[in-house]
Design a protein around this ligand. Structure first.
Ligand SMILES: Nc1ncnc2c1ncn2[C@@H]1O[C@H](COP(=O)(O)OP(=O)(O)OP(=O)(O)O)[C@@H](O)[C@H]1O
Length: 651
């Protein structure tokens, strides 16, 4: 009897796609260029399994990131898998999958610490513990000039690598850590001792589960427990009766995820495996992602896969394929009927670029078709001017991967300082808006809530209650700023904020232009709050962009602030509209795996897109290859990015 063959809607699969869809090989890998239909073909393979009668719960698709989950779900419904079936399928990030397995094994989920700011106190405690353990054999290796608080950023980065690469698991269990062993693992002794203490704090205190998990710890903990034999493939937690395991974006896999995959395949010997990826899209190398897991490691540790090709891009035409191929230095064919237009727009200043992009967005919306329009940004600070122009023109837009600039705490702080200095709270007319403003004040002032009535609550809850109460009316808001946000501020922050208030209180526009940024010192202000230097820099850049924008308005500072208040109200209305916005500004990371009819990639100017590192090149490669019909690149003609030449856009 011939078997049923799934027939997709809207597309006619190529012979290469059909081969992957129908092949019953146990292990299959597909390495292919962006847009060559990897995700679609994985979706076809899953749909084929359903057509053969596989129960939906026996199918599992895993990805490294949340955007890749969205992309695969979209493809499944696009090819005609019934929406209710598609929604019921397990398409998960490795992290979510592992957290589910751990919750089953441990009986209860551990609490999640998500931001570096939440993790910071534990890192500091870990360093202090490492430096004071009485049994330490190499105390001299652990004391330098830096204070533990100054080490946090570097340690968090190192911890991400240690987690993803399972570095300490490479040591013999009986081997003690020595400075020489640390060096052979590529880390300094203090980092590894601090990590051991951090892990002891994180995992101590409860016999069955860690006290908390940070992002990546789901995969890390499950991999660790598997390697230690504390959870075994045959224990049942991984035996899930699977008939198919698919992995999308497999180039983003690290050692920890690979360890879980290996155990999962061992626990489900009847499951076929299909992995798809593109080594030029590795953008998570900082957590140990390596294309080798779809190459030599796979062969050595899991088995010899059948490798099937997907040769040509179905997303865009030959011109864009040629540029993407030049950038990644590899052959790139296109079979798409689409003649993707590539347009270079020289923009001598960021302001001109923002105006150009906003006009393009406006023209796009005027067409009223279903086509999608996405502006992909290397840095969220680049969105400030663009959003400003969009708001001016009344263009409805959304953001993905970052907060709209008017809702960012640093924007609220600058507006709030001006409002407080002049007693004019225009734009802060609802309790929600005032609460957001007060949260921003508390964030940057470092002030805690010290109230006898709220002592029974933790810091976050106490802040929520106190802020909600103070935001009820304007007078209470004002009083709260004076009595809490300023008076209980950490001394440095208080001095800075009071100086900024004094400057703004003069109403002197020349003084604002000459000294506001000097007085506010955004980078120092942000460094007090954020652990990662990159976050502090981003926030400081946003403040600088905002101040430049206020100055560029040309009129008085008060009028510019009033305009921001008006635009903020308008932005709020846009945000409340239920329709899916057809113009979206996003980071490149969250656009991975997705595609749009018109993509604009601004600021391909020297120094703006990051250096010529492999990570930046891969980010650009991902960004370019999101376009279907039109790709627009803006750049300063005096200082074009070297990538424009590498990709053959410029001679
Ligand atoms: N046989 C086909 N005919 C026409 N279009 C197709 C066909 N197969 C896939 N496509 C279309 O090609 C586009 C790219 O497919 P897909 O997103 O699966 O590529 P990908 O290789 O996963 O891309 P990326 O690496 O960027 O994630 C989609 O719009 C998809 O609908």
């Amino acid at each position: 009897m011939s078997e049923p063959v799934f027939q997709p809607l809207h597309i006619t699969p190529s012979d290469e796609q059909r081969a992957i869809q129908l092949r019953r090989t146990r292990l299959m890998l597909v390495e292919a260029n962006a847009g060559a239909a990897k995700t679609t073909t994985l979706a076809l393979r899953i749909a084929q399994a359903l057509a053969r009668g596989a129960p939906p719960e026996s199918l599992l698709a895993l990805t490294a990131t949340a955007p890749a989950v969205t992309a695969l779900r979209e493809r499944l419904t696009a090819i005609g898998v019934d929406r209710s079936v598609a929604e019921g399928l397990r398409v998960l990030t490795f992290e979510t999958f592992c957290l589910d397995v751990l919750a089953a094994a441990e009986g209860e989920a551990s609490r999640a610490l998500v931001t570096p700011e939440q993790v910071r106190p534990f890192v500091i405690r870990a360093v202090e513990r490492a430096q004071s353990l009485p049994e330490e054999r190499y105390p001299d290796e652990l004391h330098g000039d830096a204070r533990p608080a100054d080490l946090v950023e570097g340690l968090l980065q190192a911890f991400e690598v240690l987690r993803g690469r399972l570095v300490l698991q490479q040591l013999d269990p009986d081997e003690r850590l020595t400075p020489a062993a640390a060096e052979s693992l590529g880390f300094d002794y203090l980092t590894l001792r601090s990590w051991q203490c951090f892990e002891a704090i994180r995992r101590g205190g409860h016999p069955d589960r860690p006290d908390f998990r940070t992002p990546g710890d789901g995969v890390h903990d499950l991999a660790r427990l598997l390697l230690a034999g504390e959870i075994r493939p045959e224990d049942g937690f991984l035996q899930q009766g699977l008939s198919l395991v698919g992995v999308d974006e497999m180039h983003d896999m690290n050692r920890a995820a690979f360890t879980v995959l290996k155990a999962l395949l061992a626990a489900n010997p009847r499951a076929a495996f299909v992995g798809v990826g593109d080594r030029d899209q590795v953008i998570h190398a900082q957590s140990g992602a390596e294309a080798g897991f779809m190459g030599e490691h796979f062969r050595r540790e899991i088995g010899e896969p059948e490798v099937l090709p997907l040769t040509a891009s179905h997303r865009f035409g030959p011109t864009l394929a040629r540029h993407a191929g030049a950038l990644a230095r590899k052959p790139y064919a296109a079979s798409s009927e689409t003649r993707t237009v590539v347009h270079l727009e020289p923009c001598p200043s960021p302001r001109l670029a923002a105006e150009y992009i906003a006009r393009q967005a406006q023209a796009h919306l005027a067409q009223r078709g279903p086509a999608t329009f996405r502006v992909l940004l290397r840095h969220p600070a680049h969105s400030v001017r663009i959003e400003h122009e969009l708001l001016r023109l009344g263009v409805a837009y959304g953001t993905a991967g970052f907060t709209p600039f008017l809702a960012r705490p640093e924007t609220l702080l600058v507006r709030g300082l001006h409002a407080h200095a002049l007693g004019n709270y225009a734009g802060f007319d609802t309790p929600e808006r005032r609460a957001a403003l007060l949260d921003a004040w508390l964030l940057f002032s470092g002030a805690g809530i010290d109230s006898v009535e709220l002592r029974h609550l933790d810091r976050q809850q106490a802040q929520r209650v106190a802020v909600a109460e103070a935001a009820q009316d304007l007078d209470a808001t004002r009083r709260f700023i004076d009595a809490h946000a300023l008076r209980s501020a950490v001394p440095d922050a208080r001095r800075t904020l009071e100086a900024a208030l004094a400057l703004l209180g003069t109403g002197d526009d020349d003084a604002f232009e000459a000294s506001f940024l000097k007085v506010l010192a955004p980078l120092s202000l942000a460094r007090r709050v954020f652990v990662r230097e990159a976050d502090a820099t981003r926030v400081a850049d946003n403040i600088t962009q905002l101040v430049q924008l206020v100055l560029a308005e040309g009129g008085s500072i008060a009028a510019a602030m009033q305009l921001l208040a008006t635009l903020s109200l308008r932005g709020g209305e846009v945000g409340r509209s239920r329709a899916r916005p057809r113009v979206v500004l996003s980071s490149i990371e969250v656009a991975k795996g997705l595609e749009f009819d018109h993509v604009i990639l601004p600021h391909l100017t020297a120094g703006e897109f990051g250096g010529g590192s492999l990570e930046n090149r891969n980010l650009l490669y991902v960004a370019l290859t999101r376009a279907r019909q039109r790709l627009t690149l803006t750049f300063d003609p005096e200082r074009p990015s070297r990538f424009l030449r590498d990709a053959g856009f410029l001679e």
